[in-house]
Design a binder for this molecule. Sequence first.
Ligand code: ADP
Length: 622
Amino acid sequence: MFIRHPLRFFMLLLTFATLVAGASLITHRVSQSMGLAELQTTGRHRLDLYAASLEREIGKYAYFPATLGLERDVLDLFVHTGDSKLPGRVNTYLEQLNERAGTLAIYVLDDTGKVLASSNWRRSDSYVGEDLSFRPYFRDAMETGNGRFFGIGTTRSEPGYYLSSALAADGLILGVAIVKVSLEQLEKSWSTVEAPVLVADENGVVILSSVPDWKFTTLRPLDEKTRSAFDRTQQYNRRALQSLGVTETASLDRGARLLTIAKEKQEMVSVYPVAGPFLAQSQPLSGTPWTLTVFSQLEPLDDLSAIRATVAGVTTVLLCILAMMVYQRRLHLRARLKAREDLQKAHDDLERKVAERTADLSAANQQLQGEVAERVRAERTLRAAQDELIQAGKLAVIGRLSAGIAHELNQPLAALRTLSGNATRFLDRGDAVTARSNLERIAQLVDRMGLITGQLKAFAHKSSGQPRPVDVQQAVAHAIALLEQRLDAVGAQVTATFAGGKLYALCDPNRLDQVIVNLIGNALDAMTEQAKPCIELSGAACGPMARLTVRDNGAGLSAEAESRLFEPFFTTKEAGVGLGLGLVISAGIVSDFGGTLSGANHPEGGALFTLEIPIATEAPAS
Ligand code: ADP
């Protein structure tokens, strides 16, 4: 579907890509922030724990230097009692004290910073006699009563935490007592920690760390002034203070920071990495100017976030695919539903149309039936009218024949009168032979009259018009017989030839007689001027039709007559002679039987009428 709409497909892809990217990004962010929050909580706990143990460790010694002021011998050192054994005693005392306390060194300075006694008095590199006035812990103690200082020993280069307290008597500061504590013990306990931890002093120099390499590196760049101060105080015993390579990337709440530690040659310490991204949480150590910093690795968090983001992305992709599938399925279902609805609608429409059409059809059918009935009625009326017309045409012919028939009957009647009179006389005379001859003649005449009236009666008969096989030759003979008187009157010669034997046509015999009588009658009318009137009738089968032609040698058809032959009431004859209906009725009769009637001029003169009626295969029932 989408392939047909590349733009839509592209937009969809873009939306999906945005969704996937958005889901991954949000998951990454949420995972990061949740992980960070968790890391922060863990880090804070660690921080609290480490700070507490460190403070406890340092706190143990907090009042230690001050307690030296309670020792008489120590105080006597400052007042020069002249006791030559006093320094030795104090040294021993400090030595023993140092041993018992587990500190690195305990020593006493006079108010000029010169070491008067020290626990390490026995050693060749003993502090005794050294001037340590440059050490800040001395100055701080002199100025404020207490001093805290982390530094590296100038003599043995041993790092340690110096706690100093001013020793005073009668409100006068006599000197300073110093305890140097090693924090190595603490460091050792850190070796099991899971993430780097360090303590930086006020200068940002790492003084303690679970990562040995980090020690005496700087967390922040040192300016020249600070560096020269270090030279002066020899705080770090002129160690080269390398930078730890910390780059802060973000600052979070409660002193937490995100930072990166530059990769050094050594990247792993025991189980945890010491380079890369970290969450750093710091806390000042109370009683010291130091800051404890705990590092939490960010790499696992980053990895976890990346995995979660990937999972979210993949899940979103799957969801998108699922959504697409559901959408496609819904589309498919909707299309199917629509197709079904359309089909149902089309079906309903079709049914409605069918119902309408059926209703229309039944209405049309009823109308048609009405029309058919009407037509049948009209046809019946027409048929009746036609029959009447045919009958009228027939009567017209009879009318025209009546004079001849009357003449035809009058002659035998007169003859009968004479013959019957003569017969009586011959009987009276006893001439039975002549009387018999006369009577026989009378019988012949009566037969002939009966024949004439019979023919007339048959012609006048109103026929049913039902088609049946008719002998065409016989029909021609009937017509000639009917017209015999007229034919004789004009002396017309009539010939009838039938090629191929009997010719039967499928029609009504009475009506066929009428047509032939009409055609011969018209021929006779056309030949009144002709000296030798001649009519030729010829019949033949022509395919499925029985053909009969009537040719005369009259004047032929005028151009007007030829074109208007079958027009009702067209006649060229005088009023009373012709009505102009003969051919019309004849053509109607022929056409009723499925035949044709045509008229034309014969090339050799005269008119030629051709009659064609479907041929009958069976002979007429006699
Ligand atoms: P009617 O005989 O009463 O005139 P018809 O319909 O029979 O009516 O004939 C129409 C006309 O056709 C005739 O008036 C005549 O002019 C012409 N006609 C018919 N038959 C012939 C024929 N054999 N020769 C010449 N003219 C004819």
